[in-house]
Design a protein around this ligand. Sequence first.
Ligand code: FES
Length: 77
Amino acid sequence: MATYRRFIFVCNGSDCKKKGCKNLQGEIKNLIKSENYKGKFKIIKTKCMDFCKSAPLVVINNEVLKRADLTDIQKKL
Ligand code: FES
C-alpha cells in the first residue's frame, strides 16, 4: 500500500462541477506528474463541503482553498 505525504481533497459537488472542478482535478494530476510529486499526493474526490459560494473548493493539508486555481495549489505543494 502506498504511503502518501499529503491528501488533496477536491470537491465534486454540483456547484464545484459547474465551476470546473473536473478540469482543475485534471490539472492537479498533471502538475503532480510534471513536478515529480507522483506517489506523494493522493487526490480524493469529495461530496459537497458546504462552501458552494466559493467553488471550486480544494483542501490541501487541512487548508481550505476557496475559488481554487492551479496557482493556489502549486503554492501548497
Ligand atoms: S459543491 Fe463544492 S462546496 Fe458545495
